[in-house]
Design a protein around this ligand. Structure first.
Ligand code: FAD
Length: 387
């Protein structure tokens, strides 16, 4: 067993840190205040060749595994870019995994290179307002007419739909009452045609730089060539990407938690009250130390889940556990960083209140902590399915 980073991974981390160094805390503070997609950050990572880190080499990617991709996303978040930076490229890293696994050679050649070089931007449209986590019941309807489908329905919380020109869309091709098991949904990767898709931004708590939206689809025409895999098997295609997605967001959460912890420890050393640094008090030290321990443990679970995935072994329990542990540890680290700053923790210029607002995202999405506990209870402990 070897817990050390390889020399290549050390180089990867250093290279990502160099890109991120040009985007300091004040850059992300401005983005949080004013909004607007971080185009220059996205472009810098694309130009340095990092957007295709986990994409096949045959299409211009680096062909690395989820462990390396997770290290990249951790490094971005830990640089202080937090979830604003990570979410700006998250979809590029593993979002098109269903295309890599289930797409035809022609689809891969058409779709992967422009995503890797940053020309295309994709969003991921699964969640619906009326079905929530019960994905198998989603209602957006795709009806086939010869060589194309016509699609109508509604999605919610779709991130980066303001700036994307492509959408990975899960829609129903068989009526819900006729669909068996996990069948009945189909997956498409197609142009985000704004003449048939209305995108309305949601005014949300944090991560203003990366928009999230209500999406209204009215008679969108999708060529059959834009369907990934077989009709009716879209849920199975999506399932393939779920574990890597959880691993990536967990890694981002650990990075964000570590950025908060670093700020908390620095402030604890510098702030003098009662003629001594506040960090000399155990009441200040212990919560920070506890967060270090929790983040370290969460990161080990991230690495274990990534290792299992890259070995081609089952990793559902570990990927979900990593997401759960990392999100909770991140949230507590942000909270402790604010408490350490006292009143200044509430001031935007100290950055930690922004981190706390962003820490809610890995807690809530892409799956809730409750549903992770339900999953572990059922799949690991053998208890009756509760959802
Ligand atoms: C910032 C942000 C960005 C997002 N980006 C995207 C995106 O790009 N694309 C996309 O498709 N989605 C996106 N989402 C959506 C996200 O994945 C969903 O919000 C999440 O999956 C939860 O779904 P819901 O909000 O509909 O919750 P609901 O399904 O309405 O659940 C509400 C609450 O009830 C609980 N609950 C429901 N049923 C049960 C049960 N049986 N047992 C126990 N508890 C239960 C849940 O755990 C949750 O706490 C984003 C969300 C956020 C906040």
């Amino acid at each position: 067993m070897d817990f050390a980073w390889s020399p290549q991974q050390e180089q990867l981390r250093a290279a990502i840190e160099r890109v991120c160094a040009a985007f300091d805390a004040d850059y992300w503070l401005r983005k949080d205040r004013d909004g607007g997609f971080p185009d220059d950050f996205h472009r810098a990572l694309a130009d340095a060749g990092w957007l295709g880190i986990a994409m096949p080499e045959a299409y211009g990617g680096a062909g690395l595994g989820i462990g390396d991709a997770a290290l990249m996303m951790h490094t971005i978040a830990a640089s202080g870019a937090g979830l604003s930076g990570a979410s700006a490229v998250h979809m590029n890293i593993f979002g098109l995994h269903p295309v890599v696994v289930f797409g035809s050679d022609a689809q891969k050649a058409r779709w992967l290179p422009p995503l890797i070089n940053g020309r295309d931007r994709a969003c991921f449209a699964v969640t619906e307002p009326n079905t929530g986590l019960n994905t198998l019941k989603l209602k957006t309807r795709a009806v086939r007419h010869g060589d194309h489908y016509r699609v109508s329905g509604q999605k919610v919380w779709i991130s980066s739909a303001q700036v994307a020109n492509k959408v990975l869309l899960l829609a129903r091709t068989t009526a819900v009452e006729e669909a068996k098991g996990t069948e009945g949904l189909s997956l498409f990767y197609t142009d985000l045609d704004r003449s048939a898709i209305e995108v309305r931004e949601i005014d949300k708590m944090g991560r203003k730089a990366v928009d999230s939206n209500q999406v209204f689809i009215d008679d969108l025409r999708i060529p059959v060539d834009d369907r990934i895999g077989e009709e009716g098997k879209g849920f199975d295609c999506i399932l393939h990407g779920l574990n890597p997605e959880r691993i990536l967001i967990a890694s981002e959460a650990v990075g964000l938690g570590r950025a908060a912890l670093q700020r908390g420890a620095l402030y604890a050393k510098e702030r003098i009250v009662f003629e001594r640094p506040i960090g000399q008090n155990q009441a200040i030290q212990h919560p920070l130390a506890k967060s270090w321990i929790e983040l370290e443990a969460a990161h080990l679970m991230v690495q274990k889940a990534a290792w299992l995935y890259d070995q081609g072994r089952p990793c559902g329990a570990e990927a979900n556990s990593a997401k759960y542990l990392a999100a909770e540890a991140c949230y507590r680290a942000c909270e402790n960083a604010i408490l350490t700053h006292g009143g200044m923790g509430y001031a935007k210029e100290y950055h930690v209140e922004r981190y706390l607002r962003e820490a809610w995202i890995p807690r809530l999405a892409p799956v809730s902590p409750q549903l992770i506990l339900c999953f572990i209870a059922e799949k690991v402990l053998g208890l009756p399915k509760s959802y």
